[in-house]
Design a protein around this ligand. Structure first.
Ligand SMILES: N[C@@H](Cc1ccccc1)C(=O)O
Length: 529
């Protein structure tokens, strides 16, 4: 059909030079001229395609045409209210006149009231002995005829006054329409050649490109969505959080290496002054490896200092006064928190304080920018962070899995106080869009004081725990070699909870695991806190 119309337009242009008014065209398969809007829309489709090939140029004209309202359409189909009234009445002198009530019963209330008035005015009906009768034996239902005309032509030959009358009766409504004047374009011809979409090597070799018509580039086209990878929502939130760290002076290099999912009890617990009998170390809470089951020996001198501070204390502490187990310390496990990596990193940061050199990795991670220690004791301040996976042997439910991600930050400097930690936390959470936070005293074996962080959840309308933090204990820092005036504060938050809140996900399995929909991942928007 579209091609037929295109051909008709081209033929008409060839024979007449131009088409002044597209409403005069008689479309293929039709007997009347294309006066309706539907026909003009079909013509516009054909014109657009010719326009893109520069075969025609067009002028646009706007018209106001009319369409039937629902009531109008019904009248066009059946008959007007006045005709309905006339039809049910007996001829004058030939039967019992109908009362108002009988009329209403016969044609319905609306037709009775509207139709009666109009039929009277037209002198179709009259009154006789308190009832209604017909005055004429036949009528012409003008309203219906006019509506049928509007329906097929969009207007009335009778003119604007008649149209206005129908509009007032809410039987028709105005509708904007279009028609066109068509001229020959620069590529005018009567055959619709398929335009070339690509310039090929063959065309260049044969020279046919000189006479080919090419399809115009459509710079407005949306393009095909790239069929590539997409970041998982957790990764998008991770990027956002990483940006917050960088804004707060954590240099990119200071993202801690956290590739060791498998750690020893030493780094995950002992170095953090977690007693060897602590419940978190039991199999119900921690996954242990069976093969290999024991780690290589940790750095000897440091190991001895850690063992000593546990067993008998030191650095002003009494220690746990319990026997030390080398086997417990060497057990291999899936790390239960990224604080295991923080401990290893802090130990490396203290290398110069111990009179050693930074190893290569530490050199690049910690000492990338400032290598010169400010004081004789070799300490240099650092802001370290990590975002990575941890594992816990927990019962799984809608919001807990056996593995999840922790976001962890550690700041080491001289004479840091709890106020520094609180201030830091406020800024960090504010940047995540959480302004309302509270701190609650808590207990961690490796921090004193320790604070749990609560945020007000606007949807749940209650305070929820969002993080855990504290000042690392001297029993942890001093065996590493840090001078006494170096204080370190640290804190950790989960990555999954803010992500679930951000994306309105209530079951963790929608986010992680085999039920994740690839489409959902591809379509999930980037987050901005
Ligand atoms: N390791 C703690 C978080 C934390 C990190 C550093 C200091 C204090 C607390 C946790 O898993 O919840």
């Amino acid at each position: 059909m579209a091609e037929d119309i295109q051909q008709l337009i081209l033929n008409t242009l060839a024979s007449q030079g131009k088409i002044q008014d597209t409403r005069t065209l008689v479309l293929p398969g039709q007997s009347d001229a294309a006066a309706t809007q539907d026909a003009q829309i079909a013509i516009l489709g054909a014109l657009n395609s010719l326009l893109s090939r520069e075969m025609v140029t067009i002028d646009f004209h706007e018209t106001l045409s009319h369409v039937l309202t629902q009531e109008g359409a019904q009248i066009a189909l059946e008959s007007s209210h006045e005709a309905r009234v006339w039809k049910v009445l007996p001829m004058k002198g030939e039967g019992t006149p109908l009362t108002v009530q009988e009329l209403q019963e016969a044609v319905g209330k609306e037709s009775a009231s509207v139709g009666q008035g109009r039929a009277f005015k037209a002198k179709w009906i009259g009154k006789e002995g308190g009832g209604f009768v017909k005055l004429v034996s036949s009528i012409e239902d003008k309203t219906q005829l006019e509506l049928r005309e509007v329906d097929s032509t969009g207007t009335l030959q009778a003119g604007e006054k008649a149209l206005a009358d129908l509009r007032k009766r809410k039987l028709i409504a105005q509708k904007k329409g279009q028609w066109f004047t068509v001229h020959k374009g620069s590529n005018f011809g009567t055959s619709i050649a398929r335009p070339e979409t690509d310039l090929t090597a063959d065309m260049i070799a044969s020279g046919s490109w000189k006479t080919s018509t090419f399809k115009k580039y459509n710079f407005e086209a949306e393009g095909i969505p790239p069929n590539g990878g997409a970041f998982h929502p957790l990764l998008k939130v991770r990027e956002e959080i990483r940006d917050i760290f960088l804004e707060m002076g954590f240099v990119q290099f200071f993202e801690m290496p956290t590739s060791s999912f498998v750690e020893s009890g030493f780094w995950c617990f002992d170095a953090l002054f977690v007693p060897q009998q602590h419940p978190a170390r039991e199999v119900q809470d921690t996954f242990y490896l069976s093969d290999p089951s024991a780690s290589l020996p940790p750095p000897k001198k440091y190991y001895d200092r850690v063992a000593k501070v546990h067993e008998s204390g030191g650095y002003g502490s009494l220690g746990y006064r319990a026997p030390w187990s080398d086997a417990e310390s060497r057990k291999l496990l899936l790390r239960t928190h990224t604080t295991a990596s923080s401990a290893a990193m802090l130990w490396k940061l203290a290398a110069k304080c111990r009179g050693e050199d930074f190893d290569e990795e530490t050199q690049s991670v910690i000492a990338g920018e400032v290598t010169v220690a400010k004081k004789e004791d070799g300490f240099r301040p650092a802001k370290l962070f990590s975002i990575d996976r941890v594992f816990r042997n927990e019962t799984m439910d809608a919001t807990h899995l056996a593995e999840f991600h922790q976001v962890e930050g550690v700041v080491a400097d001289r004479n840091l106080t709890l106020a520094d930690l609180i201030g830091f936390m406020r800024v960090f959470f504010k940047k995540m869009g959480i302004e309302n936070i509270r701190f609650k005293p808590a207990y961690n074996p490796y921090t004193e004081p320790s604070l749990e962080i609560f945020a007000f959840h606007p949807q749940l309308k209650k305070w929820v725990e969002v993080g855990n933090s504290g000042m690392f204990r001297p029993e942890m820092l001093e065996p590493m070699g840090f001078p006494k005036d170096v204080h370190v504060h640290g804190w950790g938050i989960g990555l999954e909870r803010p992500t679930m809140i951000r994306y309105g996900i209530s079951n963790i399995r929608t986010l992680v695991g085999h039920k994740v929909s690839i489409e959902g991942v591809e379509n999930s928007p980037a987050v901005r806190f």
